[in-house]
Design a protein around this ligand. Sequence first.
Ligand code: ADP
Ligand code: MG
Length: 140
Amino acid sequence: MAVQRTFSIIKPDATRRNLTGKVNAMLEAGGLRIVAQKRIHMTQAQAASFYGVHKERPFFKSLCDFMTSGPVVVQVLEGENAVARNREIMGATNPANAEPGTIRKEVAESIEANSVHGSDSPENAAIEIAYFFAGSEIVG
Ligand code: ADP
Ligand code: MG
């Protein structure tokens, strides 16, 4: 499997509890390299666009409010099979269903405040990376 890139967000529940270092340590221990990273405060427009695929879901408004409730850390992660590897390290969307040792099992507060985002396909990873990063900001 080739080296791949994926897009990651450390969500507001984790930044609020000062857990960005803990999350990064878990990503790095899982074999991923952080090749770009910045702390931003998303606007409602950014959150609504980023999560546009979920706009018909009942949790959409709450999700956008949550994602703009505090700073986030947006990241590009690189490694072997990085998209799938990151999803393994993150664990299931609902922390109640996440495997022990995953970020969401160890850190997440709820199905909404679940501490991290990770791209679900290489195609979406490329779109999501380009949404937040210029090529010059990614240093592998
Ligand atoms: P994932 O982040 O695991 O890819 P989804 O893409 O399905 O999950 O959902 C995007 C985000 O929306 C989740 O990470 C979570 O923050 C929120 N979310 C998903 N399902 C629910 C739900 N049933 N209730 C509240 N928030 C949810
Ligand atoms: Mg998703």
